[in-house]
Design a protein around this ligand. Structure first.
Ligand code: AMP
Length: 637
């Protein structure tokens, strides 16, 4: 009884202003908003205009003021280092104040960008919260990205201060982060004035005189500090987070302050079904959107401990996650299907020995949740498993079952229905809704709810071009998600993969253009096409087809060079699973690469419907290319 999905959802979109204002009231505002929704400059939607607030104040100070200072805020577990640490809200408050003062000492003020390139350590959260405390805009870069990716992000965001660690361990293997930062700073055409290094004693490093400062020294110089949280406009940017798009250049998604805060806070209760006594664990990384929203902000805004985990699911043993859940009495787990597929390979005895009675439900997102994985997780853990769909751009779930409202029946393979505030549909090329059960493009009707992206960093035009130019209906532009979907007769959505040249490797978005651009930088390469192919564990993997320049011979060394180039330019995450040299790429008469031909060759399966619209190729063209190329790419026996 009570808050049924239909009723709550209906209110969230029909009386959106009233609905979100009520959610906003649960948080602290230095100044109340004048207007809940300002849609006068659509698609540049603004929430809570005129209001002033601060994410750090709400995530930290508010709980100390409310007498909850002694409750744990961060539970850090590092199987990599064999260490753990707990910070209460009061301790977090102290450290954030000190680091905010350290940033100020580096000259950082409101609107400045600070780049954070750190592993999963409490200091990463402290750095992020210190930024928003003083109104600086953080740009967190996943500490698995390489020199060039980092250099691009330093340059594009114009970050003059970088916070990093000396290194990290991955399955015991040290990764020298400081060296990557040094090389990226040299490469970037922006002057980086200060690099603050958390010295963990993982790798040896040498400071650059006049530029580098150790974290502990910077903090010692400050001693104790009280840095008041700056009242920020609700519409001020809180962070930039880069994500892959259809071109080689990643997009800097810009998030606001007030709308994001309200949406995340509401989601903790309505979607994740949290209570104030819970412990929340998102196994993602702070470098991704899930990490921003549900390792840092969501749980802390809601005033519950966030488990910060440095390690992999199977090291030192495949029972480590379940051991961690038992140890910290985790109530809500948020992970990715890839992790479940990986853990599924191990005997269930790794799970059975643990007391998982604290765990109420498991949320999975980031990539399609296939039915066998869903069934395995639901049956083995004997908990509700909730598939939910969202994107870097949305900042929080767009399609989900709501555990804070009585949930709807689960249909395995579907993330269920629209999340509160999101008005979605599946449309055809003209922007008209397709009949239920038919495939089309997943779009959102404006205005997007609070928390969704505001624009792309310094590129309003690309924001409009990337998301709002594809479809319109009744004169209104629609937001394009980039995904294919089906809406069934019950209003459930079924995601069918990307409709653009973006693929999803282990829940992480990768632009095939990005990979192609790097490979074409190899002096021996004339042409290249990269595609996504099925992968048993990671969902998708990259396959790259390369045409060599005349007189360049194929060799194992050449393959190694190309792989090395990708790892250096993007990061290990972009390493192709398949790299094949071919005499030519299959193209349509109009010159478009027929990616599905390449895909069919790699996956050695039938092409399916030959007349799909993907590249406009004729059936004959596809057949011919497949015959030709299928023969030449067959592995030699
Ligand atoms: P990212 O912005 O890197 O989080 O990637 C977002 C993309 O991941 C979406 O556009 C989808 O293609 C995919 N995705 C995320 N969650 C799901 C899900 N639950 N089911 C299917 N695809 C998903």
């Amino acid at each position: 009884m009570g808050r049924q999905y239909e009723e709550v959802y209906h209110r969230s979109v029909e009386d959106a202003e009233e609905f979100w204002a009520a959610e906003a009231q649960k948080l602290h505002w230095f100044q109340r908003w004048e207007q809940v929704l300002d849609d006068s400059k659509a698609p540049f939607t603004r929430w809570f205009s005129g209001g002033q607030t601060n994410l750090c104040y709400n995530a930290v100070d508010r709980h100390v003021v409310a007498g909850k200072g002694d409750r744990p805020a961060i539970l850090w577990e590092s199987p990599e280092l064999g260490q753990s640490r707990t910070l209460t809200f009061r301790e977090l408050h102290r450290e954030v104040n000190r680091f905010a003062a350290a940033l100020q000492r580096c000259g950082v003020t409101k609107g400045d960008r600070v780049l954070v390139y750190m592993p999963m350590v409490p200091e990463a959260l402290i750095a992020v919260l210190a930024c928003v405390r003083i109104g600086a805009i953080h740009s967190v870069v996943f500490a698995g990205f390489s020199v060039e990716s980092l250099a691009h992000r330093i340059e594009d965001s114009g970050s003059r201060v970088i916070v990093c660690a000396d290194g990290a361990l991955r399955k015991g293997k040290p990764i020298n982060l400081k060296e990557i930062v040094d090389r990226a700073v040299d490469q970037a055409r922006t002057e980086v004035e200060r690099v603050i290094i958390l010295d963990r004693g993982v790798v040896p490093w040498t400071p650059v005189p006049g530029r580098d400062v150790r974290w502990d020294e910077a903090m010692a110089e400050i001693g104790e500090a009280e840095v008041p949280a700056v009242p920020l406009n609700a519409t001020d940017p809180s962070y930039i987070l880069y994500t892959s798009g259809t071109t080689g250049k990643p997009k800097g998604v810009v998030r606001d302050t007030g709308g994001y805060m309200v949406a995340l806070h509401a989601s903790m209760d309505l979607i994740y079904g949290c209570t104030p006594e819970d412990v929340y664990w998102s196994t993602s990384d702070i470098g991704w959107v899930v990490g921003h929203s549900y390792i840092i902000y969501g749980p802390l805004l809601y005033g519950i401990p966030t488990l910060v985990y440095e390690g992999t699911p199977d090291s030192p043993n495949p029972g480590i996650w379940w051991e961690t859940i038992e140890k910290h009495r985790v109530s809500v787990l948020f992970s990715a299907p890839t992790a479940m597929r990986m853990l599924r390979k191990f005997p269930s005895s790794w799970i059975e020995g643990h007391d998982l009675s604290s765990l109420r439900h498991v949320f999975l997102a980031g990539e399609p949740l296939d039915e066998p994985t869903y069934r395995w997780a639901a049956e083995t853990l004997n908990k509700p498993v909730i598939d939910h769909y969202w994107q870097t751009e949305s900042g929080w779930p767009m399609i989900t079952n709501h555990m804070g409202i009585p949930p709807l029946p689960v249909k395995p393979g579907s993330p269920t229905r629209e999340a509160i505030g999101w008005q979605l549909d599946v449309v055809d090329e003209q922007g008209d809704p397709v009949p239920r059960g038919q495939r089309g493009y997943l779009v959102a009707y404006p205005p997007l709810p609070p928390g969704a992206l505001q624009t792309l960093w310094k590129d309003d035009e690309r924001f409009v071009g990337s998301y709002w130019k594809h479809f319109a209906r009744h004169g209104k532009r629609l937001y394009f998600s980039g995904d294919y979907a089906i809406k069934d007769e019950d209003g459930y959505y079924w995601l069918l993969g990307r409709a653009d040249e973006v693929i999803n490797v282990a829940g992480h978005r990768m632009g095939t253009r990005e990979v192609e651009e790097v490979i074409s930088g190899h002096p021996g390469v004339a042409e290249v096409s990269a595609i996504g192919i099925d992968d048993e564990i990671k969902g998708q993997a990259i396959a790259a087809f390369v045409v060599l320049k005349k007189d360049v011979a194929d060799s194992p060394a050449l393959h190694q060079e190309i792989i090395h180039l990708i790892r250096e330019s993007i990061g290990p995450i972009a390493t192709p699973k398949v790299l094949r040299v071919v005499p030519r790429l299959p193209k349509t008469r109009s010159g478009k690469v027929m990616r599905r031909v390449l895909r069919a060759i790699c996956e050695e399966k039938a092409l399916g419907d030959l007349s799909t619209i993907e590249d406009g190729a004729s059936v004959d063209e596809v057949r011919k290319a497949l015959d030709e190329l299928g023969e030449v790419t067959q592995p030699r026996t």
